[in-house]
Write a protein that binds this ligand. Structure first.
Ligand SMILES: [Zn+2]
Length: 303
């Protein structure tokens, strides 16, 4: 008797593959997307990022645990603009879940909602380095893009789960109100950087520089995604001295030797700046990320 009741329940659980109580199982390529989905979706959403915030999101390895998450997902969120082009197609293929493939309602590429910079005007070749034909994919580092991403996520959650529509609208309103409350503080804290020339390691901080008004005048990478060479670093030493550039910003996951070399030669201050939720302990929400950015840019110590 018990067996007859229990077996259908077990089968039903296996069929949905979900033990969680949340209404929607959301899988994302990066922690920032997961953090925004959770902020908007609250208890209705369980979000899981395939990559940790401590690693370079251009690269990831398709692990069986990732593929299982994709297989049972209701919604898949990607940064897009080719950020994950090296690994996402393989993970989606292996996940065998038609509901979350590009083109399905359960797949959302947030680059279609954000405002992208550095869209190349001519043809793109490998000789240009890791230049993305659809523009710079690190757009989540502009808080106004965070707002556009949250709006797109809320709309998609409501489409997939109409019963939760009011909750998603409320979650979005709270997110936007939080952003409006925090933005003036972040802007005020970064005022000393306004108009200042800065060297960055990679193109990740391009959106941050535009949002907060500083100028990235050169990169430690000679071309995006290409490791620094001795001749490029020596050229930078000369430029830093000639233009009196006082700040070098580097993502936590890049090597520090090159930055240390530049700092030793010129005295430039090196700031290790979190680029994503989870990049540092304590950065758990999208708002924490900018609090972390502000703290890192204001910090006086070197690497
Ligand atoms: Zn990049």
């Amino acid at each position: 008797m018990y067996r007859k009741i229990l077996i259908p329940i077990a089968v039903a659980l296996l069929a949905t593959g979900r033990a969680a109580l949340a209404d929607l199982d959301v899988v994302t390529t990066t922690t920032d997307l997961a953090a925004i989905a959770e902020a908007v979706g609250g208890d209705h959403v369980e979000a899981f990022s395939l990559t940790p915030g401590t690693r370079d999101p251009h690269y990831a390895e398709a692990k069986p645990s990732m593929i299982r998450r994709v297989h049972r997902a209701d919604l898949f969120l990607a940064v897009g603009a080719d950020l994950e082009i090296g690994w996402l197609p393989a993970v989606l293929r292996a996940g065998r879940n038609a509901d979350v493939l590009p083109g399905a309602t359960g797949f959302l590429d947030l680059s279609t909602a954000a405002r992208l910079l550095d869209v190349p005007s001519g043809p793109v070749s490998r000789a240009m380095g890791d230049v993305h034909p659809r523009g710079n994919p690190h757009y989540w580092l502009d808080p106004e893009n965070g707002r556009l991403m949250a709006r797109a996520i809320a709309a998609r959650l409501a489409l997939l789960d109409p019963d939760g529509a009011q909750a998603y609208a409320d979650g979005l309103a709270a997110f936007e109100a939080g952003l409006d409350r925090k933005l003036p503080d972040w802007r005020a804290a970064l005022t000393p950087l306004r108009g200042r020339p800065v060297v960055a390691y990679h193109t990740s901080f391009r959106y941050l520089s535009v949002a907060f008004g500083f100028n990235i005048v050169d990169l430690v990478e000679p071309k995006p995604g290409i490791a620094p060479t001795a001749s490029h670093l020596n050229g930078l030493v000369a430029r830093i001295a000639a233009q009196d550039i006082g700040l070098l910003i580097v993502e936590p996951y890049y090597e520090r030797r090159s930055s240390q070399f530049l700092s030793d030669k010129t005295g430039i201050r090196v700031a290790v700046v979190p680029q994503s939720v989870g990049a540092e302990e304590g950065i758990k929400t999208y708002f924490d990320l900018f609090d972390g950015v502000v703290a890192a840019l204001g910090a006086r110590e070197g690497p």
